[in-house]
Design a protein around this ligand. Structure first.
Ligand code: GLN
Length: 272
């Protein structure tokens, strides 16, 4: 376990770089739930403009960043994309898809940008380009309060649930000894399996973890983060023109207070 502890420290210090070593990695065993496709269908929200359409690919299973509310895809990422589209004088169209599909949709021009709480890592940088970072986050571990698991050290040899193709799944496979990682199409399904005892813990990004345990008195989030990461907007590799424009738009909405306003709508200062 000593080695594991060291690894965690390293992840916390350089998670983005280490993510690169993770590779895609196939899952161990998948449960029936993991084959269920995302239930949300593709929906479109628009902002008024005349300068073309900016298509955002997302995976609307990740509250509060992107989720379906009353048949509409909403959330922090969606509103931020609207602000960016506005800056670019474009109309935003939101396209829902599997999380991993975002990385294939970009090179094929099916979407212009990917925003889905996407962590920057070296492996993804070989497939897509990224904008400047727009959100710092941590990965957290959800367990049952009565599980006896009090720190990440206790996850050795356990069954851990995570969303398919995410850095939560790759980190779990890399850094927990003898772990069995079960991947689900959405973290909510992993939490359902945690409640019924099929998995011992779920690893997921911090804000979605808070959403997932809301109203579930038997669950808790371990105090120590499993990893630290940064979200950025994924863009087709080589499209430096769009990357440049998006970075400018990002800088503008950070300078003019719109980013802070949006942040306060979804998060409290303590989330920072
Ligand atoms: N931040 C994680 C990743 O990029 C999870 C993203 C998600 O599930 N939408 O892998």
């Amino acid at each position: 376990m000593k080695q594991y502890k060291k690894m965690i420290t390293t992840i916390l210090l350089g998670g983005v770089l280490l993510g690169s070593l993770a590779g895609c990695g196939s899952s161990n065993t998948a449960t029936a739930e993991s084959t269920i496709l995302t239930e949300a269908s593709s929906k479109t929200t628009t902002t008024e403009s005349t300068g073309g359409v900016l298509v955002m690919g997302t995976n609307a299973t990740f509250p509060p960043f992107e989720y379906v509310d009353q048949n509409e895809i909403v959330g922090f990422d969606v509103e931020m994309a609207e602000l960016i589209a506005n800056e670019l004088g474009m109309e935003l169209k939101v396209q829902d898809m599997e999380f991993e599909a975002i990385f294939g949709a970009l090179p094929n021009d099916m979407i212009d940008i990917g925003m889905a709480g996407i962590t920057v890592n070296e492996e993804r940088l070989t497939q897509v380009d990224f904008s400047d970072g727009y959100f710092d986050t941590k990965q957290m571990v959800i367990v049952k309060k009565d599980s006896g698991i009090v720190s990440s050290d206790d996850l050795v040899g356990k069954k851990v649930g995570a969303q398919l193709g995410t850095t939560s799944a790759t980190f779990a496979k890399l850094y927990i000894e003898d772990v069995k990682v079960i991947e689900f199409n959405k973290s909510a399904l992993a939490v359902a399996d945690l409640m019924n005892g099929t998995v011992d813990a779920v690893i997921v990004d911090a804000a979605p973890a808070q959403s997932l345990i809301k109203g579930q008195d038997s669950l808790m989030i371990l105090e120590t983060p499993f990893a630290e990461e940064e979200y950025a907007i994924a863009i087709k590799k080589g499209n430096s023109e769009l990357t440049g424009k998006i970075n400018e738009a990002l800088a503008t909405i950070k300078e003019n207070g719109q980013y802070d306003e949006l942040y306060s709508k979804y998060f409290s200062e303590t989330d920072k």
